[in-house]
Design a protein around this ligand. Structure first.
Ligand code: SAM
Ligand code: SF4
Length: 328
């Protein structure tokens, strides 16, 4: 078995790396309209520093890396980082989560650099609502980005949709129909409740609603879509694409399947998205820590992973960081 065993018997084999805190959008649930104060460039890990962390993590058994942000494609020369990471022994999957607005320009270069997968975040199929949710973006750019990713050979391109009551929950069937029409692989995510944004919609309610289109059959693991991530996958009969549900708020066993850790842009390892504890790697990296020293810190972070978050029914209080500074 790959991965690092944590105190609760979970195998941790996945590291999400937020490569920047900057973003070209201001999604309602992620950033205030004015943005957040940006970290100075000197605080953000260099590509060489990220490489060293990934080498240490890979030696311990981490084999999946996802680049996220902020918006990862606003960081200069991202394909260069992908090239560097794809050459590290032990890394079997290197993926990207993006808002898709710049994907059209980069898809082919990312593929050639060694990126294995792309997830695109998209919460609405209506142009005016897209502007309302993202405050700055254009739907057309994202749709063209999705097509460009497919043409570049990424398969599957997964679409991540955060569902907000009264904002985009009227479009659930439209997204579900895209699994027939364009073979999309859509994943509905329960909104992490930050005060004042919107109410989340429980996945069970979405499933019942989608059943109006037909029976949702559970998807086997073997189709290369489902992986060992947090989503539960289904398919409408005769649809090419799948429908996944990510239910951090309502699925009791959600945390028992956790396989991940997060690295913030300023080099802190975060054992759980929803806890403030972090272990600093930047200072040791800049003080020439040995590989063994870095590995000890990574193991310490894994050992401090909590059994579960305490979100049920409450509001998320990320005091020190916004979601855009952690990477979702
Ligand atoms: N900018 C990129 C993007 O939007 O895909 C990557 C970073 S973003 C923080 C990563 C993911 O976190 C996105 O899919 C986004 O929808 C999700 N996210 C952000 N805030 C969230 C919240 N409050 N609840 C649930 N998901 C959230
Ligand atoms: Fe930017 Fe992604 Fe956050 Fe939207 S969800 S503001 S695109 S980081």
């Amino acid at each position: 078995m790959t991965g690092i065993l944590d105190s609760f018997g979970r195998s941790i084999n996945y590291l999400r790396i937020s490569v920047t805190d900057r973003c070209n959008l201001r999604c309602l649930y992620c950033m205030p309209p004015e943005g957040v104060p940006q970290m100075p460039h000197s605080e953000i890990l260099s590509y060489e520093e990220i490489r060293t962390v990934v080498r240490a993590a890979a030696e311990l058994g981490i084999n999946k890396i996802r680049l996220t942000g902020g918006e990862p494609l606003v960081r200069a020369e991202l394909p260069k980082l992908i090239k560097i990471l794809s050459r590290i022994e032990g890394i079997q999957e290197l993926s990207l989560t993006t808002n898709g607005t710049f994907l059209k320009n980069y898809a082919l270069e990312l593929k050639q650099a060694g990126l294995s997968r792309v997830n695109v975040s998209l919460d609405t199929l209506k142009a005016d609502k897209f502007q309302h949710i993202t405050r700055l973006g254009k739907l057309k750019d994202v749709l063209e980005g999705i097509e460009a990713a497919k043409e570049a050979g990424f398969h599957p391109v997964k679409i991540n949709t955060v569902v907000m009551r009264g904002i985009n929950d009227d479009e659930i069937l439209d997204f579900a129909r895209m699994t027939y029409k364009d073979g999309w692989h859509v994943r509905f995510i329960e909104l992490m409740p930050f005060k004042g944004v919107a109410e989340f919609v429980p996945s069970i309610e979405l499933r019942q609603h989608i059943s109006l289109l037909g029976k949702l059959e559970p998807c086997p693991d073997s189709i290369g879509i489902t992986g060992n991530g947090p989503a539960m996958y289904y398919r409408l009969s005769r649809a090419k694409g799948t429908i996944g549900f990510i239910s951090p708020l309502t699925e009791a066993s959600f945390c028992s399947r956790c396989n991940r850790m997060r690295l913030t842009p300023d080099g802190r390892l975060r054992p759980c998205l929803l806890r403030e504890d972090e272990i600093d790697l930047k200072m040791p990296l800049r003080n020439n820590a040995s590989m063994e020293g870095l590995k000890r810190l990574i193991l310490k972070a894994v050992a401090s992973k909590p059994e579960h978050h305490h979100l049920e029914g409450g509001n998320v209080r990320l005091v020190k960081r916004k979601m855009s500074q952690i990477g979702g």
